[in-house]
Design a protein around this ligand. Structure first.
Ligand SMILES: Cc1cc2nc3c(=O)[nH]c(=O)nc-3n(C[C@H](O)[C@H](O)[C@H](O)COP(=O)(O)O)c2cc1C
Length: 385
């Protein structure tokens, strides 16, 4: 029976454990390039024991970013920053993963610290957003949407292929296509955002064509020996939007086109969600488990899984293969080491760089063991001076 700290192998890649740093947009790039900030952020999480590490969503075109401060991979000059991140992550025992994406009708924002508002196309830091149909998301994303032509869709698939080629060059070993959270892939899948009448809209098969063609394009440049995966918006929690049973069908179709692993997330194609799930622990796990069982494909899942016993349980029960952590990875760079200690792992410090291990393992007394910067273990009396 695997647990949170069992290695996980997919294709030619072996992760040291089941803990993933989930992609998180940082708004910290200049001209789409990664810099010292990103090397620090992902390097520290790799030292902290994460097995698979995603930097933020990486945009395949400039208008695929959330804000002008987001990272991208549409130009060869962006390879250098990405490869610095990859090198350090690998040196620290992690596997570097890339999430390729396009924000579609939800792009052209300012930073969260500036209000997370959509900017108009004529704003110095805004642009004309694009999507499957000329339907704005609504609310704070209300500017007109350019309906993509078929030629523009083909160009985007070309951009996916070029991005995958650059990702290999940068040293990534795991690739995820971002088809969730109301971004371009998610909006092609959702009848709320996609009301096209051509081959990319209408029937379920047509609404998955964008994704299948993206997979085919990427597969042409991404090596067969490395995992090709996707994060799918599997439910809009709205009767007019993506229904979970349709998502199961779509993932089956993608599997026929080389999908090796499914990361199950939300559609987020509308704010009008029935029974908003966000306060519940592990609320996407049940759906991910169904995908795993019904399609015989490895799966991962995020959303409120940062309590170590919960993360461990979903692996032990073989509900999913990998646990993706977003906010816990921001708040605790050493989450895996902390969780290992909490869960009674034999040797939590086996995950830190070799030359620290000796120092962190040497405890001649309980007080010394409790004084290394991690909370005292449960069922222990708090020591006093
Ligand atoms: C600051 C921040 C930025 C995020 N950016 C992305 C992103 O670029 N791509 C993505 O797929 N999800 C993104 N997410 C969602 C996370 O990857 C994750 O799925 C979500 O936070 C739920 O996991 P958690 O409960 O462990 O935080 C972001 C989340 C946060 C907190």
């Amino acid at each position: 029976m695997p647990d949170l700290f069992s290695p996980f192998r997919l294709k030619d890649v072996t992760l040291r454990n089941r803990i993933v740093m989930s992609p998180m947009t940082m708004h910290h790039s200049v001209d789409g390039c990664m810099s010292d900030f990103h090397v620090m952020l992902y390097g520290s999480r790799a030292v902290g024991g994460f097995g698979l590490l995603f930097p933020e969503q990486i945009a395949i075109t400039p208008d695929g970013r959330t804000s002008v401060h987001c990272a991208g991979i549409w130009d060869d000059k962006q390879i250098e920053g990405l490869s610095r991140v990859c090198r350090l992550v690998k040196e620290m025992g992690g596997i570097p993963a890339i999430q390729l994406g396009h924000t579609g009708r939800k792009g052209s924002e300012n930073r969260p610290s500036e209000g997370r508002l959509q900017l108009s196309p004529d704003h110095a830091e805004g642009w004309q957003v694009r999507g499957p149909s000329p339907i704005p998301y609504g609310g704070r994303h209300s500017f007109p949407v350019h309906e993509l032509t078929v030629a523009e869709i083909h160009e985007l698939h070309g951009a996916y292929a070029d991005a995958a080629r650059r990702a290999v060059e940068a040293g990534f070993e795991w690739l995820e296509l971002h088809f969730a959270h109301g971004y371009l892939g998610a909006s092609f899948f959702s009848p709320i955002a996609n009301q096209r009448t051509d081959q990319y809209g209408g029937s379920l098969e047509n609404r998955v064509r964008f994704h299948v063609e993206a997979l085919d394009a990427v597969r042409a440049t991404w090596p067969e020996r490395l995992p090709l995966t996707a994060r799918l918006g599997s439910d809009d929690f709205n009767e007019a939007g993506v229904q979970f049973d349709d998502a199961i069908w779509a993932i089956g179709r993608m599997k026929q086109h080389g999908l090796d692993f499914a990361d199950i997330s939300l559609g987020l194609n509308t704010d009008d969600m029935k029974d908003r799930p966000f306060d519940r622990i592990g609320f996407m796990v049940e759906r991910a488990a169904r995908v795993r069982q019904e399609l015989d494909i490895a799966t991962g899942v995020s959303w409120n899984l940062g309590i170590p016993s919960v993360a461990d349980e979903v692996i032990r029960k073989e509900l999913v293969d990998l646990v993706f952590l977003g906010r816990p990875a921001l708040s605790n760079p050493h989450w895996p080491i902390w969780a290992a200690r909490e869960l009674g792992h034999d040797d939590p410090f086996s995950m830190v760089p070799k030359d620290w291990t000796w120092w962190l393992r040497q405890h001649r007394s309980q007080a010394a063991a409790d004084s290394i910067g991690l909370p005292p273990l449960p069922n222990r009396q708090n020591p006093r001076i």
